[in-house]
Design a protein around this ligand. Structure first.
Ligand SMILES: [Zn+2]
Length: 247
């Protein structure tokens, strides 16, 4: 299974660094995971080759480019229809509200939406994706990706609370948000992690490798890596757009 990083910027994109977005590939299946702003135009493959989309939650830095994809697929001479889309139900409701009535019906043609939540599991080609609720301010799913006995867990956005860690145990790669730096518990917002907390959680889970993501552009990435290395005893790296990881 290959994890290709499209964007890893937290909260908002900057030039050359889209917000949250990845392409997970295995055995000819390509899944676009999170559609943050800037990710549609930066997809490393023709968007028509994307087999399915998985989105963690409704915050714009994770889903705004669903609208870019919708416009591109719906309003062209030969529209693309029925693209499988998996996300919490609230995301679909918000998207529908954003569009006017006519466009709203096109939305239902462009995407074949299936809500996902804790306990759900889907098969995308030879990849199995399982979901669990994360510790965030809106309904958010973390996802465990399994293929060929290799495993990846993506946190989406989360704080340290909740029951999500059960699904993230013993993974080969933990792709974990690290929106903050510095001492745990001093953040202005409890539903994100510091890099140190990400490292500590990776250690508890027995993850073999930690990849930090969702770092806002104003943070020094090397400092985040250092802080996670203090609390995690295995390799730490940062998700870099254009980079890829063999899970
Ligand atoms: Zn969020």
């Amino acid at each position: 299974m290959k994890l290709r990083v499209i964007g890893s910027s937290g909260t908002f994109p900057v030039l050359g660094r889209p917000a949250s977005g990845y392409l997970v590939e295995h055995a000819g299946t390509r899944v676009w995971c999170d559609a943050g702003p800037g990710t549609f135009v930066a997809l490393p493959v023709d968007p028509d080759l994307v087999d399915a989309i998985v989105v963690s939650h409704q915050h714009p830095d994770h889903c705004a480019d669903l609208f870019a994809a919708f416009q591109a697929w719906a309003y062209r001479p030969e529209p693309r229809t029925g693209v499988p889309l998996y996300a919490p139900e609230s995301l679909w409701n918000r998207m529908s509200l954003f569009l006017d009535k006519g466009q709203g019906s096109n939305l239902h043609e462009t995407f074949d939406f299936t809500p996902v939540w804790t306990g759900d599991s889907i098969e995308l080609g030879e990849i199995t994706v399982s979901f669990t609720e994360m510790d965030h301010s809106v309904p958010t799913v973390g996802s465990r990706w399994e293929a060929n006995n290799r495993t990846l867990f993506f946190t989406g956005d989360t704080g340290p609370g909740g029951d999500w860690r059960e699904l993230a145990r013993d993974v080969d790669v933990l792709l974990c948000e690290a929106a903050y730096q510095g001492e745990a518990g001093t953040n202005p917002y409890p539903h994100h992690l510091t890099a140190g907390e990400a490292g500590q959680i990776a250690r508890e889970l027995g993850a073999k490798r930690l990849v930090l993501t969702h770092m806002p552009p104003y943070l020094d990435v090397s400092r985040s890596i250092h802080e996670a290395e203090v609390t995690f005893d295995r390799p730490v790296s940062a998700a870099i757009p254009g980079g890829s990881i063999d899970v």
